[in-house]
Design a protein around this ligand. Structure first.
Ligand code: KG4
Ligand code: ZN
Length: 342
């Protein structure tokens, strides 16, 4: 691929409208993110219809700002998983731009983007990921544990059976009357609380790599019902500890079972300070290295989409293989392998 191969990435799967320009697969030139938080705040969660409208209203301006008249060689967009309305807006924008610029278009998996984002250091791609690794994707819509042999070569070990980790944070925040998005709010309250004040469950689901967080959320709601004079900081600290214990324990178990030396953690919840500290400390004790996505790139952004596209194109060029373009949106797209077994 030519040295300054430029990809314009588009992200619109949930409640961020984003466009980014990635040059040479190694430098983020622009990464414009319009967050819809204000639109959804009063409903304590993402309202799909409002999200679609906000994407449609903002996407042209966001792309324009990211593009800044740079020449581009490809347009990439997240074609799933995500909310159908937002995905359609991303697809139409990507197709229009690709036709106008006469360049190819490529759809990529949003969750792959979250893991590939661990490769960024500031605006540079440092290629920090070392394979094989165990990856934990923790966001508002997804919680998944993968065994990753390489970019594009995955075995999905488990997903959540019910709420995603970020969703659990958001729902507990709502129960406590804290604003959306709940994760950062709960974390902030937790700083002044005791982590062992309340013994919320750690749903480990032995024998599976799946997660289930709705039980912790229900336990919090029962606790609040039964303790009218509850201490909000203690509730937040104990809840956060239960979530982090569950995520760390299962991830480390998977790393042990699959004999990897590296762990990657991506997605909005990867910004959580307790998760970062405890995963890192406990992994280090076992001689494992942890690669968390940097905080500024943990939530939804188009730079990670452009990077995922670059990795695919680079592989296709090196091997001469033709990869599927994934232009049709797929709201439930399960990550799939695009690297052939050598
Ligand atoms: O990846 P993301 O931006 O969007 C999805 O793809 O879903 O993740 C957003 C989620 C929200 O649920 C938000 O509450 C959560 O990430 N989150 C956090 C923190 N920061 C964001 N959860 C826990 N602790 C945080 N510091
Ligand atoms: Zn996401």
């Amino acid at each position: 691929m030519k040295k300054d191969f430029a990809i314009l990435g588009i992200e619109s799967t949930c409640d961020e409208t984003s466009a980014a320009l990635l040059k040479g697969g190694r430098e983020i030139v622009t990464n414009v993110i319009y967050s819809q938080i204000e639109e959804h705040k009063k409903y304590h969660g993402v309202v799909p219809e409002l999200a679609s409208r906000a994407h449609a209203a903002k996407i042209a301006a966001v792309i324009d700002e990211a593009l800044q008249n740079h020449p581009i060689d490809c347009v990439a967009f997240a074609s799933g998983p995500g909310l159908p309305g937002g995905l359609m807006v991303g697809r139409v924008a990507a197709e229009t731009l690709a036709n106008f610029k006469n360049v190819p278009i490529l759809g990529v998996n949003h969750l792959e983007g979250h893991i590939f984002a661990c490769d960024f250091e500031g605006t540079q791609v440092k290629g920090r990921l070392r394979f094989p690794l165990v990856a934990l994707v923790v966001s508002g819509g997804h919680t998944e544990l993968w065994y990753v042999r390489n970019y594009g070569d995955y075995k999905v070990l488990g997903r959540t059976r019910d709420d995603a980790a970020g969703e659990a944070f958001d729902k507990v925040a709502k129960l406590l009357g804290l604003p959306y998005p709940g994760g950062p709010q709960v974390s902030k309250q937790a700083l002044n609380g005791r982590r062992d004040a309340i013994d919320f469950p750690r749903p480990l689901l032995p024998g599976t790599w799946e997660f289930s967080f709705s039980g912790i959320k229900t336990a919090v709601s029962y606790y609040l019902r039964d303790h009218r004079d509850f201490n909000i900081a203690d509730v937040c600290a104990s809840f956060e500890q239960a979530m982090v214990d569950t995520l760390v324990t299962k991830t480390l178990k998977a790393a042990e079972k699959y004999r990897v030396k590296h762990i990657a953690v991506g997605g909005g919840v990867a910004a959580n300070a307790l998760l970062r500290a405890q995963m890192q400390a406990q992994a280090a004790k076992r001689g494992l290295e942890t690669h968390f996505v940097e905080r500024g790139l943990s939530s939804d952004n188009a730079a990670m989409i452009a990077l995922a596209a670059y990795k695919k194109l680079e592989y296709a060029e090196k091997t001469g293989r033709k990869l599927a373009a994934h232009i049709n949106i797929d709201p439930n797209w399960k990550v799939c392998n695009w690297r052939s077994k050598e």
